[in-house]
Design a protein around this ligand. Structure first.
Ligand code: NAP
Length: 496
């Protein structure tokens, strides 16, 4: 391991700063074990300083005309585009997913920058007729204040942009607490935001553990909004703690997403969709497919087609363009994933392929897990119900369309579903009866586009959505202004 890795700092109120403690933590490459950099091990004092800087910047930033705020975001988009390859490589080094996927992650940030830049010239409110003469009414969006963005490691650039860009265009200021596994991508994003001309203090970044830095943000009275993406366990805690000071909280959490393969499906298409959804990002997407619900008429054929393709997937360092599947994020996640293989075997599911840590040859220093498939899975087994967040797929056999829908909907999560069928009637029924926030028809469970609302039901979310116009709601406060120009007191709803 190298000891010459660079030491980075927090960025608070327009200044680079060490943690108050003076301590740092190491960020390591999950494919090689090499140290990517050292980052401040911040504490409550650093988090509170960042909130104070964001609070101070808010009074001016909210008065910058929204089109001007949007123009800065447009320049962010241009810079992200210019640096796309470098940012993708940095991301692969610190979190492992293959280059084509880290390029896609940066691209989501570019898309969101352009989209929210456009919102600077919309941010639509509305005006509707009022019931009294010589009176008008208009509903407009105000910024809320300081927004704390707490983000996970699996989309280190996309997810922060989904939070920060709508927050900024609406006139809020930001404290950004990125995942401890991906601080460098977060830091590069903040550098680019400032290169684009953002005024000092409008975005502040604080590195350090969720248990201290994140916790401080949940309790600081000057934080108005918490925008959180991460596990359902952490999200529940965030909601409970933030509720004590009545903060507004948006939660994007776990998933247990399924691909349904009906008896009339194009199986070649289904195999491609399953491989991409289940093993892309090493199964570490919130929208990853971790269940295949297959009609019994095509189960054997699907397994026969899928297994050789799974076994052909090449594991390795994501910087190598010939690699299909990178490492999992860290050692504890590797242990957790493997524990689910043991759970599946003990529950009586059939391990068809994978189910092993791979540390042969070039993989020796990394956290690699063989892409895994279980068949004979009962829908109530833990491997069919709990989020594993790794390359482990459970296949459940059903005998009807109705049973497939029921199994699909029967988890405590509700993010994404997919159905493969050629039957237009089944498509319409699935659109009506599937209870996840996203449904794909004849495509895998991943691939959201930023102009649509993104989020899920049940344990995946708390009713908010990110992206699209809906993504502005959590960062804006509706204000209604009534203007009476009748020159007398008019009383709404009162008969006189
Ligand atoms: P995580 O452990 O819940 O962490 C998410 C973020 O919360 C990190 O920045 C973490 O900091 C912070 N955190 C941890 N404890 C906290 C606390 N007590 N107070 C405040 N913040 C705290 O999740 P993860 O492992 O990074 O990400 C994987 C999970 O995210 C999966 O469940 C996945 O499904 C979900 N996810 C959901 C979506 C979606 O849109 N629905 C998208 C992507 C991922 P540290 O890193 O310092 O621990």
């Amino acid at each position: 391991m190298t000891t010459t890795a660079r030491v980075f700092q927090n960025y608070i109120g327009g200044k680079w700063k060490d943690a108050v403690s003076g301590e740092n933590f190491a960020n390591t490459n999950p494919a090689t074990g090499e140290i990517v950099g050292y980052f401040p091990l911040s504490s409550e004092a650093d988090a509170n300083a960042a909130v104070a800087a964001a609070r101070a910047a808010f009074d001016k930033w909210r008065l910058v005309p929204a089109p001007k705020r949007g123009e800065i975001l447009f320049r962010v988009g241009e810079l992200l585009k210019q640096h796309k390859e470098e940012l993708a490589r940095t991301m692969t080094q610190e979190m492992g997913k293959v280059l084509k996927e880290t390029r896609g992650d940066v691209q989501e940030g570019i898309d969101m920058a352009y989209y929210m830049a456009g919102e600077g010239r919309r941010l639509f409110g509305y005006s509707v007729p009022v019931e009294l003469p010589n009176k008008s009414g208009v509903a407009m969006r105000d910024p809320v204040g300081v927004v704390a963005c707490i983000t996970p490691w699996n989309f280190p650039m996309a997810i922060p942009t989904w939070k920060m860009f709508p927050a900024l265009v609406a006139g809020n200021t930001v404290v950004f607490k990125p995942a401890s596994d991906t601080p460098l991508s977060a830091l590069r994003l903040v550098e680019i935001i400032y290169e684009a001309g953002l005024p000092e203090g409008v975005v502040n970044i604080v590195f350090g553990p969720g248990g201290t830095v994140g916790e401080a943000l949940l309790h600081n009275p000057d934080v108005a909004v918490i925008s959180f993406t991460g596990s359902t366990e952490s999200g529940r805690h965030v909601a409970i703690e933030a509720a004590k000071s009545l903060k507004r909280v948006s939660l994007e959490m776990g998933g247990k997403n399924a691909v349904i393969v009906m008896d009339d499906a194009d199986l070649n298409l289904a195999v491609e969709g399953i491989l991409w959804s289940a093993y892309g990002t090493t199964g570490q997407r919130c929208t990853a497919c971790s269940r295949v619900i297959v009609h019994s008429a095509v189960r054997k054929q699907l397994v026969d087609m899928l297994v050789p393709r799974i076994e052909h997937l090449r594991l390795g360092n994501g910087l190598d363009e010939s690699v299909d599947v990178g490492p999992v994020i860290n050692a504890s996640q590797l242990t957790k994933i493997h524990s689910y293989t043991e759970i599946g075997k003990n529950e009586g599911a059939l391990l068809v392929t994978g189910g092993q840590v791979d540390n042969e040859g070039e993989l020796a220093q990394g956290h690699f897990y063989r892409p895994t498939l279980f068949t004979g899975v009962n829908p109530n087994m833990r491997i069919a119900q709990e989020e594993i967040f790794g390359p482990v797929l459970s296949m459940i056999e059903v005998s009807s369309f109705e049973e497939a829908i029921a199994v699909n909907n029967n988890t405590k999560f509700g993010l994404s579903s997919a159905i493969y069928t050629q039957d237009i009637n089944r498509v319409q029924q699935a659109m009506r009866d599937i209870t996840t926030g996203i449904l794909y028809v004849n495509s895998g469970t991943t691939g959201a586009e930023i102009q649509f609302p993104f989020g899920g039901t049940r344990g995946t979310g708390n009713g908010h959505r990110e992206a699209g116009i809906a993504g502005l709601d959590v960062f804006t406060e509706w204000k209604v202004v009534y203007t009476d120009y009748s020159g007398k007191l008019q009383k709404a709803q009162i008969d006189e």
